[in-house]
Design a protein around this ligand. Structure first.
Ligand code: DQA
Length: 142
């Protein structure tokens, strides 16, 4: 299975960004953990962008390749119709992930524009959220 792991805005600062909420592991650490868990079960394409349109393009690319998607859209989760439309248009199996439990935080984080077009949502488990999403995708995508 080929799996795109796409990270949105500010996730490049993971490790130093609000460590009380997001922990001290960097995005590179998250990637390493995920690759270790995947082993030879999946080919991982791991990317981060602070630009909404770039994330849209990557979701389209995943769809064209028939790859699955693990998406931490960051704050765009709560704002982006463009990302939602990319997911529903791309026919890529997409799992929404968050490091933090967004439902235990500010009310504006309770609404996700993308959940309804994703296969499922995993939030609140730090880097393990990504790994659980990987297991979910592998269970469905041979
Ligand atoms: C996040 C949660 C979002 O609300 C926030 O804007 C982020 C990170 C998470 O992984 O917990 O940037 O997606």
């Amino acid at each position: 299975a080929r799996i795109f792991v796409l990270n949105g805005p500010n996730l490049n600062l993971l490790g130093t960004r609000e460590p009380g909420i997001y922990g001290t592991l960097t995005l590179t650490d998250v990637e390493a953990r995920l690759r270790a868990r995947a082993g030879d079960r999946a080919e991982i394409v791991f990317r981060q962008s602070n630009h909404e349109g770039e994330l849209v393009t990557w979701i389209q690319e995943a769809g064209q390749e028939g790859a699955g998607v693990i998406l931490n859209a960051g704050a765009y989760t709560h704002t982006s119709v463009a990302l939602r439309d990319a997911i529903s248009g791309a026919k890529a199996d997409t799992i929404e992930v968050h490091l933090s439990n967004t439902h235990a935080r500010e009310p504006f984080r309770h609404r996700s524009y993308i959940s309804a077009v994703c296969r499922g949502v995993i939030a609140g488990f730090g880097p393990l959220s990504y790994e659980l999403a990987l297991e979910a995708l592998l269970a469905q995508v041979p």
